[in-house]
Design a binder for this molecule. Structure first.
Ligand SMILES: NC(=O)c1ccc[n+]([C@@H]2O[C@H](COP(=O)([O-])OP(=O)(O)OC[C@H]3O[C@@H](n4cnc5c(N)ncnc54)[C@H](OP(=O)(O)O)[C@@H]3O)[C@@H](O)[C@H]2O)c1
Length: 269
């Protein structure tokens, strides 16, 4: 999603800093994006940024501020999924999940808000998820990070609106990115056949196979982000993907119990 979003923004005239943990031969995706930027003569640069690291965030934001004198739009996209039953998840794994998905975004926001406040304008886009509105089993820390980011986004919207700063959340359903490839399994379940959660695991794994058949292309998310950040009066929330739209529609029209039963039926629990 980050890749597609960087390119669509640069192709639409935004001077774009595509950030990643590893640049230049360090195993990241910098070469491909730099080649495209060169070929198409795009206003795009790649810089190193690890959202888990205070120094890295400060250095990246300071560099952009020094080079451009302002930051108009920030997109908090870094995130991964931690999969496993809560009972079998270590506190360290949960903290690491929060470090990237939640505190990473918080770090970046704290670094850019002072500049945006002085500018009297700015847009912060937080990529949350359908999983920040509804929950599935074996993903509890992931959902916790996304629900947390949703709650934080809504709260700070009141705080920063008077300074001209807009907050937007993007809630994709399933997207065909590298998300599944980058998924981390909890480590305590070294022998899945002994887990008390093996039946839910097997249902979820079947459900994931089905889920993976109908994913939205990451470029669709990027288009929605472009539309949101170029709108004079953007919405707070953008839901992306048929699956997410349908799930939230059902959620709106059902009681807690009815929706709980629907999810169980879908997953075959
Ligand atoms: N795919 C979905 O179905 C889906 C649905 C809803 C929401 N989302 C959310 O969308 C966002 C983007 O995910 P994606 O689907 O595009 O997955 P992805 O292809 O795995 O991309 C995630 C990106 O996050 C980066 N990242 C991870 N930890 C980082 C850190 N500490 N500092 C900086 N960057 C870091 C990764 O960079 P590296 O290249 O360095 O690993 C990777 O490029 C995530 O927040 C995810 O939770 C995804």
């Amino acid at each position: 999603m980050g890749y597609e979003t960087s390119l669509i923004l640069a192709r639409n005239g935004f001077h774009t800093y595509a950030t990643m943990r590893k640049v230049d031969g360090g195993g990241g995706g910098s070469k491909q994006i730099i080649d495209i930027a060169k070929n198409e003569n795009l206003p795009l640069q790649v810089i190193q940024l690890d959202v888990n690291n205070d120094k890295s965030v400060t250095e990246a934001i300071n560099r952009i501020a020094n080079e451009k004198g302002r930051i108009d739009v920030v997109i908090n996209n870094a995130g991964y999924d931690l999969m496993g039953a809560l009972e079998e998840t270590s506190i360290d794994e949960i903290k690491a999940q929060f470090e990237t998905n939640f505190f990473g975004a918080v770090r970046v926001m704290q670094a850019v808000i002072p500049m945006m406040r002085k500018q009297g304008e700015g847009i912060i886009v937080n990529i949350t998820s359908l999983g920040g509105r509804i929950s599935f089993p074996l993903n509890s820390p992931y959902h916790a990070t996304k629900f947390a980011l949703e709650g934080l986004s809504k709260s700070i919207q009141y705080e920063v609106e008077p300074f001209g700063i807009k907050i937007i959340v993007i809630e994709p359903g399933g997207v065909g990115s590298n998300f599944l490839k980058n998924l981390k399994m909890v480590t305590k379940t070294s022998d899945p056949s002994n887990s008390p959660y093996r039946s839910i695991q097997s249902s979820m794994s079947e459900y994931f196979k089905q889920w993976a058949q109908n994913l939205t292309h990451p470029s669709e998310v990027a288009k929605v982000i472009l539309q949101a950040v170029t709108s004079d009066n953007p919405n707070f929330r953008y839901v992306v993907g048929k699956d997410a739209t349908m799930a939230l529609e059902s959620r709106r029209n059902m009681s807690d119990r009815e929706f709980h039963d629907l999810i169980k039926k879908q997953i075959n629990l």
